[in-house]
Design a protein around this ligand. Structure first.
Ligand SMILES: *[C@@H]1O[C@H](CO)[C@@H](O)[C@H](O)[C@H]1NC(C)=O
Length: 248
């Protein structure tokens, strides 16, 4: 069949029309759907890896154990320093402020292993808590394990750097703004130029959260620091006002 030339011209021009007419342009799309950026919600967190510097490997191994073996989520919402301070308090928080590991017998908790060279011969006296005090999930029911003050201080630096590098904001309690506050820890790596070694629970977390036998009470998973963090884990019980053993 022979097309009349005018129809043929129309057909040709239709087929070569720019796609922008057939589909909404990207500008149209943003006006049609509400803007949602990573970090704005639990289901759309900012994803990032934490960079370990040295002795903070111990603190993060506590966190990795809690995520790997105790069902704690790697997705959290960052809060500001006021809220973080409340999370450490005794009344409604994790009770890390009680500093139970400084005087285990006073609080009816197991004595921690002897200090050693890895810990620069300092005590495991500072309470690492997970979920972090700097998150909405922190505070009440957070898991506590004694680490050295050096490890805790180094973690303060590496966690702050993680928040800054990934532009993770603090939830604003006044305006109730959640924009950019949700994050997910996807793994742990050694910071360039540092000679830290990643702990055993964090290695498993990195390896697609492969638990194997690591969570079993019969498996001793000691890191370079010489002990299994899971065997010294506690949670503050607000009704008995005592630290309950979590263990493996
Ligand atoms: C606190 O301790 C009591 C008594 O041992 C126990 O029944 C309760 O479950 C504990 N609370 C929590 C939140 O574990």
């Amino acid at each position: 069949m022979k097309f009349p030339s005018t129809l043929l011209t129309t057909l040709i021009s239709l087929s070569t029309l720019p796609q922008t007419l057939a589909f909404p342009t990207t500008t149209d799309l943003t006006t049609l759907t509400p803007r949602s950026n990573p970090g704005d919600s639990r289901s759309n967190p900012i994803k990032g890896q934490i960079e370990i510097r040295g002795s903070d490997a111990l603190t993060y191994d506590v966190d990795c154990w809690a995520m790997l073996c105790k069902g704690k989520s790697p997705v959290m919402q960052k809060v500001d320093t006021d809220a973080a301070d409340k999370n450490r308090q005794v009344d409604s928080g994790s009770a890390a402020n009680k500093q139970p590991f400084k005087d285990p017998s006073k609080y009816g908790i197991k004595a921690l292993p002897a200090t050693n060279a890895w810990g620069n011969n300092k005590g495991w006296v500072s309470a690492e808590e997970f979920p972090f005090a700097s998150t909405m999930e922190g505070g009440r029911d957070a898991i506590l394990v004694g680490v050295t003050l050096d490890a805790q201080n180094e973690q303060k630096t590496s966690l702050r750097s993680f928040y800054q590098t990934n532009k993770i904001k603090s939830y604003d309690a006044k305006t109730k703004k959640s924009d950019g506050t949700w994050f997910e820890i996807t793994g742990f790596k050694v910071k360039a130029g540092k000679t830290a070694s990643i702990g055993p629970y964090c290695k498993a977390f990195n390896d697609n959260k492969k638990k194997g036998d690591l969570c079993k009470s019969t498996t001793n998973v000691a890191g370079d620091w010489g002990f299994d963090v899971a065997q010294y884990a506690y949670v503050y019980n607000h009704s008995t006002k005592k630290f309950d053993y979590v263990g493996k």
